[in-house]
Design a binder for this molecule. Structure first.
Ligand code: FAD
Length: 380
């Protein structure tokens, strides 16, 4: 997959550590077209290294200029991203994913989001509004507290501007102040029922957030009678492949070459134009080298994965033979040379919380006018 270069045009970090970052294609060749709900893999160069690509859903509509992401800043990668100044280049691959409303299917939609899982829905709602889609949208957004709502202003503007779009926020932390028209507790069948504008069997459901949220919400929807094929989900948990792939390092040779290009061009031309071109070339060189290293890493990972399968398959067969024939099979299992196992992806164990049962919200769905979230500060 080709790496595209995008320039940061705006970047704001709010007090809840949510980074809203907008980027524009560096050139026409870098332009990426995408569908609402899809995600991209993002990276950037830090200390001469292309960082490991991380996935982020697009929060803007394909109808808007550029691409906007909503990113919860927590670890090393996202902190680095938040510290990039305006005008910096980020690397994007994509689009990926099939968490996309079907074109021409005009059934009503219910969007079920938790935490930063709101991002693909912001894209879908903006797109539906801009392109005058004929279906209703109900956004049910589960958040810890009223001040942790991401894209609050945007979703409010959309509900005000478009009578087909409704939103209900539910606060999950006990003891948190609950603004008027907000619900409380984790998403329940009552919350979902209050948002329905068509029979449950005729409604398309989209769920996005952490794994346990998706599982719990799917269970509720199935109990309510939602059609399996109408339940779509996007988990923000990285795939084993994301975890397996290693950060790519810039080889000494390429670093020297990149530095030489920059130095040569700067001395020879002695003007700012040359500096820009040279640093672009240096960046290209870093990206190119990283891609070669990455391809070597991917090949190595595929070999490791195959070797792992080779270890697993004969053992499984032996066990099956024993249980089927009720005797010990004496055929020796050939031990493959390498026995490096695939890394185990550990999911954080979530402690179940006791939540106050949510009040039943009755139709029609109220237009929410809660307290605005805290002000945002611009990143310089
Ligand atoms: C399809 C998809 C869409 C997503 N969309 C969004 C979004 O719109 N907004 C948002 O805030 N988050 C989104 N995420 C989650 C986001 O990718 C991770 O939370 C983020 O990359 C973690 O960054 P960090 O700085 O906390 O991690 P770090 O501290 O840099 O890394 C923590 C550890 O986890 C591993 N790791 C964690 N997540 C990833 C990942 N995604 N890819 C590779 N390695 C990972 C790292 O290798 C490292 O070992 C999405 C995830 C997926 C899979």
């Amino acid at each position: 997959m080709k790496t595209k270069k995008y320039i940061i045009t705006s970047s704001t970090l709010d007090v809840q550590n949510i980074l809203t970052i907008s980027v524009s294609a560096e050139s026409r060749n870098d332009y990426i077209s995408f569908k609402p709900g899809q995600y991209m893999m993002i990276s950037y160069v830090r200390d001469g290294k292309v960082q490991k690509y991380h996935s982020f859903s697009v929060a803007s509509s394909p109808t808007s200029k550029g691409i906007t992401f909503g990113i919860k800043v927590s670890g090393n990668f996202t902190q680095g991203l938040a510290s990039l100044p305006l005008g910096s280049t980020i690397l994007i691959r994509g689009p990926f994913g099939s968490f996309v409303p079907k074109n021409g299917d005009n059934k009503d939609h219910i969007y079920l989001a938790a935490g930063i899982g709101i991002t693909p829905f912001v894209s879908m709602m903006r797109y539906a509004h801009d392109t005058h889609q004929p279906y209703n949208i109900g956004l049910l957004y589960s958040i810890k507290s009223a001040d942790t709502i991401a894209f609050f202003d945007e979703s409010q503007q959309l509900t005000k501007a478009n009578e087909r779009i409704h939103a209900l926020y539910t606060i999950t932390s006990q003891g948190e102040p609950t603004p008027p028209n907000f619900a409380t507790g984790r998403i329940s069948a009552e919350h979902i029922a209050s948002m329905l504008t068509s029979p449950v069997k005729e409604t398309q459901f989209f769920i996005c957030g952490p794994g346990p949220f998706i599982q719990a919400t799917k269970k509720i929807l199935k109990k309510m009678g939602a059609k399996n094929s109408y339940i779509h989900d996007e988990s923000f948990v990285p795939s084993p492949w994301d975890i397996l792939s290693q950060p790519v390092t810039l080889t000494a040779g390429a670093a020297t070459m990149a530095a030489s290009i920059l130095l040569f061009a700067t001395i020879a031309q002695g003007n700012s134009m040359a500096k820009t071109t040279a640093s672009a070339n240096a960046l290209d060189s870093i990206i190119y080298t990283a891609q070669i290293n990455e391809s070597v890493n991917n090949t190595r990972n595929t070999v490791l994965a195959n070797q792992y399968e080779a270890v697993q398959v004969p053992k499984t067969r032996a066990v099956q033979t024993q249980t089927q024939q009720q005797k010990i099979v004496t055929t020796p299992i050939q031990t493959p040379v390498a026995t490096t196992p695939k890394p185990v992806v550990q999911q954080p164990v979530s402690t179940p919380k006791v939540t106050t049962p949510a009040p039943i919200v009755t139709k029609p769905v109220p237009k929410v006018t809660p307290t605005p979230p805290p002000p945002r500060t611009a990143v310089s």
